[in-house]
Design a protein around this ligand. Sequence first.
Ligand SMILES: Cc1ncc(COP(=O)(O)O)c(C=O)c1O
Length: 380
Amino acid sequence: METSLQKSQFSIPPGFIDLGLGDPQFSLLPLELMRQAAEECLGQNDPEFLQYGAEQGDGTFRQSLAKFLSRGYVCPVEPGSLFITNGASMGLHLICTFFTRPGDTVFVEEPTYFIALRIFADHDLRLVPIRTDENGLLIDSLEEELTKSHPKFLYIIPTYQNPTGRTLSTEHRERLVSLSHQHDFLVVADEVYHFLSYSSQPPKPFAADTETGDIISLGSFSKILAPGLRLGWLQANAGIIHRFVNSGLLDSGGGMNPFTSAIVCRVLETGRLDDNIAQLIAAYRLRVSVMDTALRQYIPGVEYTLPQGGYFFWIHLPNGINASELQRWAEEFKVGFRPGELFSCRGGMRDYIRLSYVFYEPGELEQGVQRLKQSLDKME
Ligand SMILES: Cc1ncc(COP(=O)(O)O)c(C=O)c1O
């Protein structure tokens, strides 16, 4: 039995710099903002948010969320197209539950978000990797795979992808949607990083096309407010939303997280979410630049595309170095990363590593990169 008093999902040994960790730094978690919103909410003396919630998610909350999304996506979002989740992970788990059976085929990007692979494994799904390049999913590779098998859905992280940081172009998005019509498969677009843009506005999200297509867009407050809230949403057409709302899970437990929704509703209505996102963007933009400078200064041999948003650098190691072997040295130098193999459903990507800049201060990022250089020196 677990007896430790550990509170967060990870623990880092003292003095260790884990550049693999994709969790926001504690100082970037909006404690004061949440305290104010919670006080205002609890001060209203209305206990309704402590009741079982509406299955689709609280109506007022969905209205505020729809307004926020309409502005952010620069396209109209209707409250009726939103279903409140406990986060994108739960959304993905529910999609697998309602739309697949064990043994069904699902297409994923190669590489993709490694924990999504674990969710798919929980549902005994057969995964087919679709190749990607610096512009994201390769549509030709998708077309080729579609001649061989029929997926229940394609899982894609189109904007500031995890782990590559890359973004799919508008043209490729359109081709993908038209292929999904032609071959009758669902597109599950995990758009959790869409609002964390450090340069220009990203392409129109898949969320914008949910009315006309079999598309489910996943969103989350984890990346723009706090992961501990366990609050997110999915956006889809009425038929798909109906499938979620009319589930035994919600019949029994009511809508997801009404208490947290009411507090976050306050954050949305008072414009504080926009302020928080602006602060995160300023902090992360600086860190991207610090990590980029450190990489170029200390390890000029590595290749990567500079992230324009999101959380990650996807690094191609020089001379075919195996990331798992590098990890052994990195541990000695007290630095961590995520080896590329984790993100591949076929054991590939062995000479890649994922680094993140969201958990550490700029000075620590630079030190982490120096330690990585020391580890690489041991390999050569
Ligand atoms: C692509 C992607 N989807 C989903 C999640 C998890 O989101 P949530 O906290 O909303 O479950 C993450 C977090 O790392 C992620 O990178």
